[in-house]
Design a protein around this ligand. Structure first.
Ligand SMILES: CC(C)(COP(=O)(O)OP(=O)(O)OC[C@H]1O[C@@H](n2cnc3c(N)ncnc32)[C@H](O)[C@@H]1OP(=O)(O)O)[C@@H](O)C(=O)NCCC(=O)NCCS
Length: 249
C-alpha cells in the first residue's frame, strides 16, 4: 500500500492494463469519428469533453485542513516527531509495511520528507495528512496516525490511499473516520474515477477497513514482490466514483 507495502509490480500491471484500455478506447473513438465525415467536428468536441471529464480536476491540489466529528487532518509538522515516532517504532505497526521499525533519527528523516508532501500535481506525487486527535481543553492535540493520497494517474483519474494508526487507538473507528474524509477529497474535490488501496492479504484489519468504506477487492496478486525477505502477495481494493456516489445515497 502507499504507506510502504506492496506497490511496484501491481502498479506496473495496472498501468499496462489501463494503457491497453485507453488504446482500445482511442481506437474505437477514432473509428467512430471517421465513420461519418459530417460528424468529424462533433467527434472532436466529444473527445475533448471526454478527456476533460475523465481526468482529475483541481490539480494541483494543495492539502487543506479537514475536520471530522472527532479528528483534525492537516499537514505534518516538525512538532509531530515524537507522536509519529511513537507508532513508527512499533513492530506491530510495521508488520505489513515495506519498512522496518524506525528509530528516532529515522522517523525524523522520514518526517522531514513527508512534511514536504502537501501537494498533488504530477503523477507520482504523494500527499500526507497527520491525523490529530484534538485536545478538548484546547492544548496541543496528539497525532494518532497518518493518511496518504498518491496521484497514480491524473489522465486516468486514479488515486491510491494509505493509512497507519497507533495501536493504542485501534478499534474506535478513527481510521474509518479519517479515511472517509480522504475519500471525500478524492471523489468530491478531485473527482477521482477510481481510488484504490494495496495491502498484504494477511492484514485483516486493513482489509476490514477497506470493506467498511465500501471498497471492493479487485485483485489478489500472487507473490507479486519480495516482502521482508520472502515472496509476498498483494491484494488490491478499489472503489469507483459511481460506487462512491451510490453509497452516499
Ligand atoms: C489498518 C488500521 C489503520 C486499521 O485500524 P482499525 O483500528 O481496525 O480501524 P478503525 O480505527 O476504523 O476502527 C475500526 C474498528 O473499530 C470498531 N469501531 C468502534 N467504534 C467505531 C466507530 N465509531 N466507527 C467505526 N468503527 C468503530 C469497528 O467495529 C472496527 O472493529 P473490527 O475491525 O474489529 O471490526 C490499523 O490496523 C493500522 O494502523 N495498522 C498498522 C499499519 C498498517 O498495517 N497499515 C495498513 C497498511 S496496508
Amino acid at each position: 500500500m502507499s504507506n510502504g507495502a506492496h506497490s511496484t509490480e501491481a502498479e506496473t500491471e495496472e498501468t499496462e492494463v489501463e494503457t491497453e484500455a485507453a488504446e482500445v478506447a482511442a481506437a474505437s473513438a477514432s473509428s467512430d469519428a471517421s465513420a461519418s465525415a459530417s460528424a468529424a467536428s462533433d467527434a472532436s468536441v466529444s473527445e475533448a469533453q471526454a478527456e476533460e471529464a475523465h481526468g482529475l480536476t483541481g490539480l494541483p491540489y494543495d492539502a487543506v485542513e479537514l475536520r471530522t466529528e472527532r479528528l483534525l487532518l492537516r499537514p505534518l509538522t516538525k512538532n509531530d516527531l515524537d507522536d509519529v515516532h511513537a507508532y513508527q517504532k512499533r513492530k506491530d505497526v510495521v508488520r505489513y509495511l515495506m519498512w522496518e521499525v524506525h528509530d528516532h533519527e529515522e522517523s525524523a528523516k522520514h518526517l522531514e520528507k513527508r512534511i514536504a508532501m502537501t501537494e498533488l500535481a504530477d503523477d507520482g506525487d504523494g500527499l500526507i495528512y497527520a491525523v490529530e486527535l484534538p485536545d478538548p481543553a484546547g492544548g496541543h492535540g496528539r497525532v494518532i496516525g497518518d493518511m496518504s493520497i498518491f496521484l497514480k494517474s491524473a489522465a486516468h483519474a486514479q488515486l491510491e490511499v494509505g493509512w497507519v494508526f497507533h495501536p493504542a487507538v485501534h478499534g474506535r473507528g478513527y481510521a474509518t473516520e479519517a479515511a472517509e474524509a480522504v475519500l471525500a477529497v478524492c471523489f468530491e474535490t478531485m473527482r477521482a474515477h477510481r481510488v484504490f488501496a494495496q495491502l498484504d492479504p494477511r492484514n485483516e484489519a486493513s482489509a476490514r477497513l477497506c470493506e467498511r468504506l465500501g471498497m471492493r477487492q479487485e485483485a489478489h496478486l500472487r507473490q507479486s514482490e519480495i516482502f521482508k525477505g520472502e515472496w509476498g502477495d498483494t491484494v488490491i481494493y478499489g472503489m469507483l466514483d459511481t460506487e462512491y456516489a451510490a453509497r452516499a445515497r
